[in-house]
Design a protein around this ligand. Structure first.
Ligand code: HEC
Length: 215
């Protein structure tokens, strides 16, 4: 090859190399400056705010996507001990003729019953532990006085409650606590929140003998 052409190619190579170095350098300076324009503190606050917004959206999304329900159920079960529903697997053992009460059902049905029942109980746990979901005006939730549903004694209902001057059902006592210590508005008996709270409180006393009227 001609010597001049080789020199030109080598020269062009050098120029290209310097150009690459320069680009990398400029990018680094820009990145550093970019990092310094925002103080660390406000960056932290923005990050926290962003996380909060993300959590709210995630929660909404999870509730709208039932196939992801397992996630919040699992999370709540990690946060609070929850009694499992009864094991009904032996229903399918032995003779399962069509005339049999459970003859039509499969293992999948039994699993679905347990999962749905537990989901309602877990939803009750979420409400029980959350002042906002309870509608408290003083940021008080049930667990502050009844950790893990302690001292709720659902097995003693119905019973005469002196402070009400009448025979109360469990849901009446739940409403009494919502109105008084929690300072919220009472739930209607068929309000899904009331149904879930009842489910959770009963579930936590699994195995306890019924003894209505007991003080
Ligand atoms: C600030 C404390 C406090 C909070 C918060 C509270 N409770 Fe109570 N709860 C009590 C007290 C005190 C009693 C006993 C009242 C009585 O029997 O006269 C009680 C009684 C009960 C009982 C009846 C227990 C029994 O032995 O018959 C149930 C059920 C109950 N609470 C559920 C709840 C639920 C559900 C919540 C949340 C919505 C809640 N409580 C929040 C203090 C509280």
């Amino acid at each position: 090859m001609d010597k001049r052409i080789r020199n030109v190619i080598a020269g062009l190579g050098c120029v290209a190399f310097v150009a690459v170095l320069w680009t990398v350098y400029v990018h680094q300076v820009a990145a550093q400056e970019g990092g310094q324009t925002q103080p660390a503190e406000s960056k932290e606050a923005a990050k926290k705010k962003g996380q909060e917004i993300a959590d709210v959206h995630m929660d909404q999304w999870k509730r709208k996507n039932p196939h992801r329900v397992e996630d919040w159920v699992a999370e709540e079960k990690e946060r609070h001990p929850i009694q499992p529903p009864a094991d009904n697997s032996d229903l399918l053992k032995g003779e399962q003729g069509t005339g049999h009460t459970y003859g039509q059902y499969t293992e999948r049905d039994i699993l679905m019953w347990a999962r749905e029942t537990e989901k309602m109980v877990v939803e009750g746990s979420r409400i029980f532990h959350d002042a906002d979901l309870l509608g408290s005006t003083v940021a008080v939730s049930c667990d502050m006085c009844h950790p893990d549903a302690a001292n709720t004694h659902p097995e003693t209902y119905p019973k005469f409650q002196a402070q009400m001057g009448r025979v109360a059902l469990l849901r009446d006592m739940i409403n009494w606590c919502i109105q008084h210590p929690v300072r919220g508005e009472r739930f209607e008996p068929d309000d899904p929140r009331m149904r879930a709270l009842e489910a959770y409180i009963y579930a936590q006393r699994k195995g306890k003998a019924l003894n209505y009227g007991k003080h």
